[in-house]
Unconditional design. Structure first.
Length: 558
């Protein structure tokens, strides 16, 4: 909430009053939520998430950027924070530069890690002294000490306490990297959640009152989304990727091999930071998705106008196509950043612990295995409110380039954060509501690995539903759409040609039961590893138009 009210409970009460009108049910008694329910009045439980004040903004530190620094970053991101910077002894900056950076950014909280248990104490003490010298002030509230969580070498805990205990609100938790072969992020993540409410949000106007309304702790919104993604992956025993593309940031969540990861691309968004998407992706990469000639100056002007008028929506079909082209690049860049951070430990056949110990298959390699990906969920205005659902499906396919057989869905009403909190109380209810009321099942995408020449035989697909079986042969370099029932499951048998792989191996068939969806089965034979668009403009535009027509992407050709 902002001036003139500056009280978060005002927004909550306004929202509850709207729910009262829609549901025809009395929920409020004055400015108090009636709980527990009695008859047709009140509710049994009120839960809440928070992204007030721009969400939880943290700085993290470690001794080695690629080891404890990365582990601290994963802990903070997994707890729902935006990581403003990572400071490490080997990050190439001089001590005075690190001190200046700490003073400039004014984070809500600092996570200090470093060293394995029983390791060098002196270097951890150096990091603590840098924080002491910076004496950073908190972003919210001038009258309280900055929360610092120490999750490093336990042998150095006494030294860190002596250095920072009197100047900061210091909390000591278990080492997030107790040995080179282990990572234990749970205690640090729990401490971040607790301090977020006790120290950070407690100083936001109205939060103390709001906390009394709910028996369940209020969570940072992204952290709550991560909880429901984990719950779905655990329930269905599959790998899941979720993406939330907003106006300023893009969050990517994943669960592979039972391990949860989250990243925040803080400058990749569709309005406030759309210029940064253009700068990072490059004009050429945006234009490669546009099926008509666009002047570079015209594109820059469109992007700048969107940035200074962030709440506007596309007014023409051309505007829509260009916005969706930018979205593809924002998704691609955010996913590349996610894959770079969602990696195994820098050790040999190590183990990683987040609540449970999970075996690691490849040292230091990304955990993101697109052939193993079972479900890709998108949210955010550009995906959830695309004029046609098939547009959202193709944006995710082009941005993430899924491999093998992957289900596609969008969170149509962005209820995932609230259901994440609810899942801590009643997980079956939360996952059922997420599945039945939030998710819009788009369908499934079938994408063989391999490369070839346009038009050469690539894949044959057979769909066995209640009605007459559908058989299609799709050559290389095409997009095809096979309608499916919106509800229920159908049997799909795909037979790739020699040299193409759907997961079981080159040339080996894949048989699976797939969910229906409002879009259907998208067969993408445009190639993977590598995926290459034509470089010659006229040919690229011709191919894009053919693909758009095959999927019925737009009402008319653009």
């Amino acid at each position: 909430m902002e001036a003139p009210f500056e009280d978060v409970t005002r927004g909550v009460l306004n929202a509850v009053r709207e729910v009262e009108e829609l549901a025809g049910r009395r929920i409020l008694d004055g400015e108090r939520i009636i709980t527990p329910q009695t008859g047709d009045q009140g509710v049994d439980l009120y839960v809440s998430t928070s992204s007030a004040g721009g969400g939880l903004q943290m700085m993290v530190s470690g001794l080695v950027l690629q080891m404890t620094g990365e582990s601290a970053q994963r802990a903070a991101l997994g707890a729902g924070a935006i990581v403003m910077d990572v400071i490490a002894l080997n990050d190439g900056r001089r001590p005075h530069e690190k001190i200046r950076r700490l003073r400039q950014l004014r984070p809500d909280m600092i996570l200090l890690s470093g060293g394995t248990d029983g390791g060098d104490v002196r270097r951890v003490a150096e990091m603590a002294e840098i924080i002491l010298a910076a004496d950073p002030k908190a972003r919210l509230g001038a009258g309280y000490r900055l929360p610092v969580i120490y999750a490093g070498n336990q042998a150095a805990a006494e030294v860190v306490t002596g250095t920072l205990g009197d100047r900061t609100a210091l909390s000591v938790v278990a080492n997030l990297r107790p040995s080179l072969e282990q990572e234990n992020l749970g205690p640090a993540r729990d401490a971040i959640h607790e301090l977020f409410m006790e120290h950070v949000m407690a100083h936001a106007p109205g939060y103390k009152k709001l906390m009394t309304w709910s028996p369940v702790p209020i969570m940072p919104t992204p952290g709550a989304v991560g909880i429901i993604i984990e719950a779905i992956a655990r329930r269905d025993r599959m790998s899941v990727v979720g993406v939330d593309i907003g106006g300023a940031t893009t969050d990517v969540f994943s669960v592979f091999q039972g391990v949860f990861n989250r990243t925040v691309s803080a400058n990749l968004g569709m309005s406030y930071s759309v210029s940064n998407v253009m700068a990072e992706a490059g004009i050429e990469n945006i234009l490669r998705w546009v099926p008509f000639a666009v002047d570079e100056i015209d594109l820059r002007n469109r992007v700048k106008n969107k940035m200074i008028r962030p709440t506007t929506i596309p007014q023409s079909l051309e505007d829509l196509v260009i916005e969706q082209a930018i979205a593809r690049e924002a998704l691609r860049l955010a996913f590349e950043q996610h894959k770079a951070l969602a990696v195994g430990l820098k050790g040999i056949q190590s183990q990683r612990t987040i609540s449970d110990i999970m075996s690691q298959t490849e040292t230091g390699a990304t955990r993101v295995d697109l052939l193993d990906l079972g479900l890709l969920v998108g949210s955010g205005g550009v995906l959830s409110h695309a004029p046609r659902r098939v547009q959202a499906a193709l944006m995710m396919v082009d941005g993430f380039l899924p491999e093998g057989l992957t289900q596609l869905a969008v969170d149509s009403i962005f209820m995932a954060p609230q259901l994440g909190v609810l899942s801590t109380v009643h997980e079956p209810a939360a996952t059922q509501v997420f599945e039945r009321d939030c998710l819009v099942r788009l369908g499934t995408v079938l994408s063989p690995l391999g490369a070839g020449k346009a038009g050469q035989p690539c894949l044959s697909v057979e769909v066995l539903a209640d009605q007459t079986p559908i058989q299609r042969r799709i050559p290389f370099g095409e997009l095809a759409l096979i309608p499916l029932p919106e509800q229920g499951r159908v049997r799909v048998i795909a037979r790739p040609e020699r040299g193409f792989d759907l997961g079981p191996g080159k040339g080996k068939p894949l048989e699976a039961q797939v969910n229906g969806g409002v879009v259907g089965l998208i067969v993408d034979t445009r190639g993977r590893r590598p995926f290459v668009l034509p470089t010659e403009p006229a040919e690229r535009i011709r191919r894009l138009r053919a693909w758009n027509a095959a999927l019925g992407l737009y009402a008319k050709e653009v």
